[in-house]
Design a protein around this ligand. Structure first.
Ligand SMILES: *Cc1c(COP(=O)(O)O)cnc(C)c1O
Length: 391
């Protein structure tokens, strides 16, 4: 899988082993709709038999993401949550998992409202504090689940350090790499066992597909995850697999532009008198700044910022013209979202407040616009919001 590792990441996005179809030379992976495959005789199964178990289009995407994350095997699912939920099925009743406290809202819901019904226990910790990770370990701790930078407060977890705590106790480690993608961070190389993605976000990048991916390095773990993918059956459809592959070709250029834009907008917001706080690990005063530089090649394109209160936020949101105001992130267009009422709506209010997800907090995912236009738009909206909410 790593036969062309001598080329850089952006080159490998285009020149991988699926750059053309071996049957026709087509330079785009063919979409194979067949749900079943002809068998030559009763004794002999071909490589493909039934498309839930394997399909060449989905398999091409699974190969590509495995190569990009520098793992041995990839798995494509119907959504990020399908990937995450299937990976959680590696756990059994009586097991305990330690989870990043400001984890994606859907993951929080899965852990607290679904896994608990199957006897899988959990503890949420501030994963940036290694002592509290250690303190949360129980005799039945079988997994540690990280999301870094976290959502929406962009806290940075030391992946290497948490993985070494996990190794000592024989627990597996998950890393949700949605925010950074392998363009910026490769958790398997930092010691993680399973990388998870909502491919709905940066990997596909155009707000036009819902998809999830998982990658592992260890072949035995790969077999177990394949068994669960096939058993649970939440596989990605072929049209959607193709859309993710098309999006992946431009991942590097999109990430590069969006990240530069995020830095520029973060610096602008940090200097603005109407902004209470900015959370972006690419700013030198962010507590995770040097760790982020050490374990990843960039801080990504998502940042959060806090306005005075909910009414300042409402006024700002109604006055901005450019970003789409929506759930989601990682798209060609900048997306502004309101974590308390969107991505983290499934988290009880008390839990949100405890994590700093306040009524004045907004999250921005920088897109491909000219960042100066975003800054001009934000300047005007912040000014209007100050006037409208003056008492
Ligand atoms: C969106 C998201 C998910 C869930 O993915 P879906 O494709 O919406 O199911 C998981 N983790 C993170 C960090 C996300 O942003």
């Amino acid at each position: 899988m790593s036969e062309n590792k001598e080329f850089s990441f952006e080159t490998r996005l285009l020149h991988n082993r699926h750059k053309f179809d071996s049957a026709t030379g087509a330079v785009s992976v063919p979409i194979q709709h067949a749900s079943t495959f002809h068998q030559a005789d009763p004794e002999q199964f071909g490589k493909y038999d039934y498309a839930r178990s394997a399909n060449p289009t989905r398999e091409a995407l699974e190969d590509i993401i495995a190569e990009l994350e520098e793992g041995t095997r990839g798995f494509a699912f119907a959504s990020g949550m399908a990937a995450i939920s299937t990976a959680f099925l590696l756990l059994s009743a009586g097991d305990h998992v330690i989870v990043t406290e400001d984890v994606y809202g859907g993951t929080f819901r899965m852990v607290t409202s679904v896994l608990t019904r199957f006897g899988i226990e959990h503890t949420f910790v501030d994963m940036t504090d290694l002592d509290s990770v250690k303190a949360a370990v129980r005799p039945n701790t079988k997994a540690i689940y990280m999301e870094t930078p976290s959502n929406p407060l962009l806290k940075v977890t030391d992946i290497r350090a948490v993985c070494s705590i996990a190794k000592e106790i024989g627990a597996i480690t998950y890393v949700d790499n949605t925010f950074l993608t392998p363009a910026l961070q490769k958790p398997l190389n930092l010691g993680a066992d399973i990388v998870l993605h909502s491919a709905t976000k940066f990997l596909s990048g155009h707000s036009d597909v819902v998809a999830g991916l998982a990658v592992v390095k260890d072949p035995e773990l790969a077999d177990r995850l394949y068994f669960l993918q096939n058993s649970f059956g939440a596989v990605l459809g072929v049209q959607d697999a193709w859309l993710v592959m098309r999006g992946l070709k431009t991942l590097h250029v999109r990430m590069e532009h969006s990240m530069k834009a995020a830095v520029k907008v973060a610096e602008f917001l940090a200097a603005h008198p109407h902004v209470k706080a900015v959370y972006y690990p690419g700013l030198p005063d962010h507590p995770g700044y040097s760790l982020q530089r050490d374990q990843a090649s960039g801080a990504g394109a998502v940042l959060s910022f806090e306005l005075e209160n909910e009414s300042a936020l409402n006024s700002f949101v109604s006055n901005v013209k450019l970003p789409v105001f929506a759930v989601s992130l990682g798209a060609v267009e900048s997306i502004l979202s309101y974590p308390a009422k969107m991505s983290h709506a499934s988290m009880p209010a008390a839990e949100r407040e405890k994590r700093g997800i306040t009524g004045g907090l907004l999250r921005l995912s920088a897109g491909l616009e000219n960042p100066d236009d975003i800054i001009r738009d934000f300047t005007a909206a912040l000014e209007k919001s100050k006037v409208e909410t003056r008492v």
